[in-house]
Design a protein around this ligand. Structure first.
Ligand code: 7PJ
Length: 290
């Protein structure tokens, strides 16, 4: 695996897992209920996640939840570009979650560090848009599209099909001039997958990681966790932490989460256990009362 992830101005050391904080700027995102549509609140939430230890802030102006309606380019640009420019101007590494080449180009011009595309840069012009500017790219696997993807998805070999698709898309990126160290792969949990598919993909994460690209895992508050626990989206923090740790233990380099502070703590504990040689220097030998 490359030891770094190159996102232009931001170069990430991958010797520890990275945390991407989710900033939904859609009116209908399922787990935030549109609370961050308001600009000032969106910016505050992003700054809070950065202060809590998020390495990247993923700004999304198009809901890709199952059954979500498409968003016009104009609406998506209005939701995403100014927030990206403001946060990037403050030095934050901003990822923009979009499938649209025009949004990619504007986001990159506004200072985005990464383009996170649930369609893996398959839209005409998306590869060319990302080749410029040195941004990182996250290539995610999705079966079908958000409107229909959860209608009885079937695979012969979900792990092999997802891996082959992602490696083909990584190859397309390399051919378009996107350097290897700028590419991240994501199996796309919940995107045209049943609970059984998601669990198979999570168990097989080491196989995907072995392909040599950093792997991102997005399980935070997802419906699979609700199926397992019986909890509503707002009650899925413990489930999300368990899923994030399981993903990192299987080789995920980046976890995409709503609950940054809690995830960062969980990962610190995991890392202190797994990598005792690299204890954070903030760890005192003895804490009073601990
Ligand atoms: C993902 C995403 C994911 C990547 C969403 C949600 C649905 N991008 N965008 N991976 N999920 N790369 O947050 O529940 O899993 S939107």
């Amino acid at each position: 695996m490359p030891r770094v992830l190159d996102c232009g101005r931001h170069r990430f050391d991958l010797s520890r897992p990275l945390v991407m904080g989710i900033l939904n700027v859609t009116p209908d995102s399922f787990s935030d209920g549109g609370r961050y549509v308001d600009r000032a609140r969106a910016l505050d939430h992003a700054r809070g996640m950065a202060a809590d230890g998020a390495d990247l802030i993923d700004v999304g102006g198009e809901s890709t939840r199952p059954g979500a309606a498409p968003v016009t380019e104009e609406d998506e640009l209005a939701r995403v570009v100014d927030i990206t420019a403001t946060l990037a101007g403050e030095g934050l590494a901003v990822s923009v979650d979009t499938r649209k080449p025009a949004v990619m180009r504007s986001a990159i011009a506004a200072g985005a560090a990464m383009i996170n595309d649930v369609a893996a840069l398959t839209a005409p012009g998306a590869l060319a848009a990302c080749a410029q500017g040195g941004v990182g790219v996250c290539l995610m696997h999705m079966r079908g599209d958000p409107a229909s993807m959860q209608q009885a998805p079937t695979y012969t070999d979900v792990v092999g099909e997802v891996r082959d698709f992602l490696l083909a898309r990584a190859g397309a990126c390399l051919a378009a001039g996107i350097a290897r160290e700028r590419i991240v792969l994501d199996p796309g949990f919940g995107f045209g997958k049943t609970l059984a598919h998601n669990l198979q993909l999570l168990r097989a994460l080491p196989e995907l990681a072995a392909a040599g690209y950093p792997v991102m895992a997005g399980l935070s508050r997802k419906s699979s966790l609700g199926q397992i626990t019986g909890r509503a989206a707002a009650e899925r923090l413990p489930a999300s932490l368990a899923a994030a740790l399981a993903a990192v233990a299987r080789g995920a380099a980046i976890v995409r989460v709503h609950d940054v502070r809690e995830t960062v703590d969980a990962l610190k504990v995991w890392r202190a256990i797994e990598h005792p040689d690299v204890l954070p220097d903030a760890l005192p030998d003895a804490l009073p009362g601990a």
